[in-house]
Design a protein around this ligand. Structure first.
Ligand code: SAH
Ligand code: SF4
Length: 402
C-alpha cells in the first residue's frame, strides 16, 4: 500500500505499525448546502430561520438538531426522529453535516492514533489521539502549516496554507469519536468513561492566530448538551501571542499552555521567533493575569529539552525565578527529532537534573513521555506529507541561527 506518511522516525517500534486507508477514493460532492458542523447556536438558529423555520420554533429546533449532531453523533437528517418528516426533508435539502475526510489512520505500537485528514481545497492536517491510564487526549490542529517558524518544530517548516474553519476544528473531535465508536445510542445519556476525555490545541498551527474559529469551535465542544467537554479539559497551547491571551481567558476560559522553551530573550528569539515581537517580560505580564481572568488553576509552561541550547542548571534556576508568583506546572518535553532537524534531544540525566531543580522550587515538573514517535505523531513532528510549500534545510538552519 502506498504510504502517505512522513519518512521513518528515529525510534523503531516494538510492534508493527498498522495503517489503513479508510475512505479513499471517496470525494465529497460539490454542494451548495450549508454545513452545520461548527456553527454556534446563534449561527445555527439564523441558518434555520433563513431556510424557513418559523422564528417561534427556532430555539427548540436548534436544541433538537444540536443534540442529534453533537450528543448522538447522527449525520443523517432522516434519522432525527423527533422532527416532522417534511422538516427533515427540508433540512436535508438545505444543509449537510460534513466532516473532513480521513485519508489515513495509523496506529502506533503504543496505541497512539494519527489521522491524516483532507479538508476543502485538498489541504491536509493531522490529528493525534493519545490513550493513557484513565484518560485519552486528542491533539487537534488549528491551521494548515503555521506562519511562525519555531526552529525546533516540524510544523514550522511548512508555510501557512490556511486557517481551519470552526467546522474543521470541531470535525476533528467528531472524527476521533467516530473512530473510537464513542457516541451514545440515540435516546441514551452521556458515556461515563470518556475515551476522548481531553482536547489539546497542540497540533499544527498557532491557535491564537485563528482566534475566532478556535473560540467558536471550543464553544461547540464545551456545550453541555453536546460533546460536553468542560473547559478544564481543554488546553490551548500558544507560542505567545500576547494580545490574544486575555481574550482567550474571557472568551474561551480554557486551560492555557505556553511554549516557553528558553529563559533569556537571546535564546528565545532563536527558538520561538515571535519572542522578537513580544518578549519574555511582556509574555509573563499577560500570563500573570490569566488565572484570575479565566478562573483556572494554573498555567502549563512547555519546555522542549534541546541538548546544549536551553538545558543547563542555570536555565532551570532562571526559569524558576521568571515564573515566580504564577501558579504553574512545567512540562518538560524531550525534543522529538524530525528529518533535517537542527537540534538534538538532551541526555536523560540532564533532563532529570533540570526537572529536579524545578521540582525542588515547588513546581510540578513532569517529563512528557514521547508518544507515537514511530508514526511521527509526537509533539512537533506533525506535518502533512503531501504539502508542497516546503522550506529547504538551508532555510531551516538559517532560521535556527546555525
Ligand atoms: N503553535 C502552538 C501549538 C502547537 S505546538 C504552540 O507553539 O504552542 C505544540 C507543542 O509542541 C509546543 O509546545 C511546541 O513548542 C512543541 N514542539 C514543537 N516541536 C517540537 C519538537 N520537535 N519536539 C518537542 N516538542 C515540540
Ligand atoms: Fe507554529 Fe507552534 Fe510549531 Fe511554533 S511550535 S512553528 S507556533 S506550531
Amino acid at each position: 500500500m502506498a504510504s502517505r506518511t512522513s519518512p521513518a522516525a528515529p525510534a523503531v517500534p516494538a510492534a508493527p505499525i498498522t495503517q489503513d486507508v479508510l475512505t479513499l477514493p471517496r470525494k465529497l460532492p460539490e454542494t451548495e448546502r450549508t454545513n452545520l458542523v461548527g456553527l454556534t447556536r446563534d449561527q445555527l438558529r439564523a441558518a434555520l430561520i433563513a431556510a424557513g423555520t418559523p422564528e417561534k420554533q427556532a430555539k427548540m429546533r436548534v436544541g433538537q438538531i444540536w443534540q442529534w449532531i453533537y450528543h448522538w453523533g447522527v449525520r443523517d437528517f432522516a434519522a432525527m426522529t423527533n422532527l416532522a418528516k417534511d422538516y427533515r426533508a427540508l433540512l436535508a435539502e438545505r444543509f449537510e453535516i460534513a466532516l473532513p475526510e480521513v485519508v489515513t489512520r495509523q496506529i502506533s505500537a503504543d496505541g497512539t492514533r494519527k489521522y491524516l485528514l483532507r479538508i476543502a481545497g485538498g489541504h491536509e492536517v493531522e490529528t493525534v489521539y493519545i490513550p493513557e491510564e484513565g484518560r485519552g487526549t486528542l491533539c487537534i490542529s488549528s491551521q494548515v502549516g503555521c506562519t511562525l517558524t519555531c526552529s525546533f518544530c516540524h510544523t514550522g517548516t511548512q508555510k501557512l496554507v490556511r486557517n481551519l474553519t470552526a467546522g474543521e476544528i470541531v470535525g476533528q473531535v467528531m472524527l476521533a469519536r467516530d473512530d473510537l465508536d464513542e457516541w451514545p445510542e440515540p435516546g441514551e445519556g452521556s458515556i461515563a468513561e470518556r475515551l476522548v476525555s481531553n482536547v489539546v490545541l497542540m497540533g499544527m498551527g498557532e491557535p491564537l492566530y485563528n482566534f475566532d474559529a478556535v473560540r467558536d469551535a471550543m464553544r461547540v465542544v464545551m456545550d453541555g448538551e453536546g460533546i460536553a467537554l468542560g473547559r478544564r479539559r481543554i488546553t490551548l497551547s500558544t507560542s505567545g501571542v500576547v494580545p490574544e491571551i486575555a481574550r482567550t481567558a474571557e472568551e474561551i476560559g480554557c486551560q492555557l499552555a505556553i511554549s516557553f522553551h528558553a529563559t533569556t530573550d537571546e535564546v528565545r528569539d532563536r527558538l520561538v521567533p515571535i519572542n522578537k515581537r513580544w518578549n519574555i517580560d511582556m509574555l509573563l505580564g499577560a500570563l500573570r493575569d490569566y488565572p484570575r481572568l479565566s478562573n483556572s488553576e494554573r498555567i502549563t509552561f512547555e519546555y522542549v529539552m534541546l541538548k546544549g541550547v536551553n538545558d543547563s542548571d542555570a536555565d532551570a534556576k532562571r526559569l524558576v525565578k521568571l515564573i515566580a508568583g504564577i501558579p504553574a506546572k512545567i512540562n518538560l518535553i524531550p525534543f522529538n527529532e524530525w528529518p533535517g532537524s537542527p537540534y538534538q534531544r538532551s541526555d536523560w540525566d540532564r533532563i532529570e537534573a533540570f526537572a529536579d531543580i524545578i521540582y525542588k522550587a515547588g513546581y510540578a515538573s513532569p517529563i512528557r513521555t514521547p508518544r507515537g514517535e514511530d508514526i511521527m505523531a509526537a509533539c512537533g513532528q506533525l506535518k502533512s506529507a503531501t504539502e508542497r510549500a516546503r522550506k529547504s534545510r538551508a532555510e531551516i538552519a538559517a532560521e535556527a541561527g546555525i
